[in-house]
Design a protein around this ligand. Sequence first.
Ligand SMILES: Cc1cc2nc3c(=O)[nH]c(=O)nc-3n(C[C@H](O)[C@H](O)[C@H](O)COP(=O)(O)OP(=O)(O)OC[C@H]3O[C@@H](n4cnc5c(N)ncnc54)[C@H](O)[C@@H]3O)c2cc1C
Length: 357
Amino acid sequence: MTLLAPLTTAGVGGPARTYVEARSESEIIDAIRSADTAGDPLLIIAGGSNLIIADDGFAGTVVRLASTGFTVNDDNATCGGVMVKAEAGQPWDELVEYTVLHALSGLEALSGIPGSTGATPVQNVGAYGSDVSQTLATVRTWDRETQTVKSFTNFELKFGYRDSLLKRATVNGSPRYVVLTVEFQLALGRMSAPVKYAELAREVGVDIGERAYANDVRRAVLKLRGAKGMVLDPADRDTFSTGSFFTNPIVDEGTAATLPENAPRYPTAEDGQVKLSAAWLIDQAGFGKGFGLAGDDGFAAAGGRASLSTKHTLAVTNRGSASAADLLAIAALVADGVDHRFGIRLHPEPLLIGCAL
Ligand SMILES: Cc1cc2nc3c(=O)[nH]c(=O)nc-3n(C[C@H](O)[C@H](O)[C@H](O)COP(=O)(O)OP(=O)(O)OC[C@H]3O[C@@H](n4cnc5c(N)ncnc54)[C@H](O)[C@@H]3O)c2cc1C
């Protein structure tokens, strides 16, 4: 029996009925095919950094993607840049570090994000004004419906904010398309892509829209993320989470107008839609950093086993012995509180497997 909790960064989740570790593309396809042929429910797990798995575990087959490695094709490196192709299970930040150290530009602002490369296109992983849709060229997937290998170009993936066709084709945590390899097209050079995020621009000492050395951008991002508990650190309980538990809500202008004037608002690609800050809403609804830990009166929501991070109100953290139910109890108090105060419903960013908010 394999317990799933140790395979996740939140550290929760009961046992898998069947567990397979797949170390190559053919092992991944074989394992998925066997489960699908047997009609067994399938859960994909790679870095385990975006999953809250129920305490009962998973009554089906769990396939862990452990195919690692990447290749750099600079044979024809010109203005078109360099193609970097990674296996699904390749740890993401190792790839980012390699590209920065080898003067391949474009991924530096995505430094320090846990998890695998194959998962990055699923929710269009992003941070500090950057996301993978800006550099991703193609993905190869295993299509479980047609039982064939299917490739998608960037355009075909229909990326959005923390969204893609791959995510929309995932039902109850089970993806139709399992990413096998991801190919990025990166620019040659030591300079970063234009820095788009004010906090990051300040840290590296450039104006928004300017470039800096990619290595400086990586260092700054790791520093900023570290201060928020957003880089995995076994010694820091604030990092035992899924990162942001809630996505930033996108609302119409009418709803945004009901909020206090100082509520952060960001433009979106769609006319009449505004992106809000989930962290601000949570804080203003009365849930500060560390919410859930014992207060002066000794009361602790979820027994103090789970709480908001003491560094950031967006992360729900496991203080050492939390269950999935404890993490969800904190998240539900926060989501209900924001709804009550502002009439806006927050939606979870991680996949909830066998459990709900
Ligand atoms: C401390 C911390 C900070 C974080 N910061 C950020 C951040 O800044 N930005 C951000 O976007 N995210 C962030 N995250 C969330 C998470 O790291 C990303 O979503 C990451 O891409 C998840 O990868 P994973 O391999 O861990 O996925 P897992 O958690 O192993 O998988 C989750 C689900 O994704 C799908 N999936 C995974 N791999 C594949 C594949 N190859 N093919 C098809 N489906 C697949 C499956 O449905 C799977 O069940 C953070 C998480 C933590 C813990």
